[in-house]
Ligand binder design. Structure first.
Ligand code: PEP
Ligand code: MN
Length: 359
């Protein structure tokens, strides 16, 4: 894959910032000047067509805002970007010489729309930012990337903006860091930005999320700033001023993806020991599955169900109660026991019903 990542400089964190929504000419000019003065922002963002959950919210100023966005960028000599959700948006952005486009989370979920946008952009060299889909589906995110690569649109960057959940949580969208980390394994050449604004929904959590993304070796941040966040027409509680962005960036500790040679041997020794422990974990898991299979033989001969809820509940609760003692989080113990149990059921099913698919 030949990716020409010309919008991203090697400097970390690469910074894209600006308001959630373009609201007026004055707002854009003011935010652009303050971003230029106080921060190293390289691309100014601003939503023109806002995908709102309910139709009674502010849905963006529409096409006229493209001129305000572009002009604000010109005044401070910075590139600008906005979200496109269909081929008509693409056409209007190209007409107004918007420099960079982003695909929103609600668009990435729909392969038809992603394809339509990709086809509308075919033949251009425009940089594209692809947010993760709102649902935690790695393949859907990768599929959206493929739809652009297949049309020779190779200036691609992705944005981690978290995943929707129904129940209350600290964050507006759960980060599920394992998904962007897995994405990096599949597409190591594609730069990745963190959008702490849409993950958190809360300006007080921006710093901790930004720091975490830098420690995960992300390339930069995509973060909402507004000249007067309290008055913002959308996402007011997560926006900060350009001056607050400066403080946030200055507070980040930037670490490098390297091994310091004076510690190489010491690190190798720890990593080797960890590898040996992983070997033992695998051997133990394999032995555990063999014992489950023995149980399955008894259950089959005696016409007993695989799942015996009361027993499983007591095993599960007992292990959960041990989480603290072993300095493991309850969430980890819960997930681990559920995974082990699922695999155990798969082994038992294959013994008891050799002719049906145990997946
Ligand atoms: C946005 O960046 O303004 C936006 C709508 O984001 P998302 O697609 O992540 O919800
Ligand atoms: Mn927003």
């Amino acid at each position: 894959m030949n990716l020409s990542l010309h919008i991203l400089s090697s400097e970390r964190p690469f910074l894209i910032s600006g308001p959630c929504s373009v609201e007026s000419e004055a707002q854009m000019n003011e935010v652009a000047h303050r971003l230029k003065t106080h921060t190293s922002t390289q691309v100014i963002r601003g939503g023109i067509w806002k995908p709102r959950t309910r139709p009674d919210s502010f849905e963006g100023v529409g096409e006229k805002g493209l001129k305000w966005l572009k002009e604000a960028g010109k005044q401070v000599n910075l590139k600008v970007c906005t979200e496109v959700s269909n081929a008509k948006h693409v056409e209007q952005c190209l007409k107004n010489e918007i420099d960079v486009l982003w695909i929103g989370a609600r668009t990435t979920v729909n392969p038809f729309t992603v394809q339509e946008i990709s086809d509308a952009l075919k033949g251009t060299k425009i940089p594209i930012l692809i947010k993760n889909p709102i649902n935690p589906d790695l393949k859907l995110w990768m599929g959206a990337v493929d739809r652009f690569l297949n049309n020779d649109l190779t200036d691609i960057t992705v944005i981690h903006r978290g995943f929707s959940i129904y129940s209350h949580h600290k964050y507006r969208n759960v980060p599920a860091w394992e998904i962007p980390i897995a994405f990096k394994q599949y597409f190591p050449e594609i730069p990745i930005l963190c959008d702490p604004s849409h993950i958190s929904g809360n300006r007080n959590l921006l710093l901790e999320l930004s720091q975490k993304s830098m420690d995960m070796n992300f390339n930069g941040l995509f973060i909402e700033t507004h000249p007067n966040p309290a008055e913002a027409l959308s996402d007011a509680s997560q926006q900060i001023t350009p001056e607050e962005l400066k403080t946030l960036i200055n507070s980040l500790v930037l670490r490098e993806n390297k091994i310091v040679s004076s510690h190489q041997n010491e690190m190798e020794s720890y990593r080797n020991k960890i590898g040996l422990l992983d070997d033992r974990i695998f051997e133990l898991l394999s032995s555990r599955m063999k014992l489950s299979e023995q149980l399955a033989v008894i259950k089959q001969k005696n016409n007993m169900t695989i799942l015996q809820e009361k027993h499983w509940k007591s095993v599960f609760d007992y292990r959960l109660g041990k989480a603290n003692e072993y300095d493991l989080s309850e969430e980890f113990v819960q997930k681990m026991m559920e995974f082990i149990h699922q695999e155990s059921i798969r082994h038992q099913l294959s013994i008891m019903n050799p002719n049906i698919d145990s997946e």
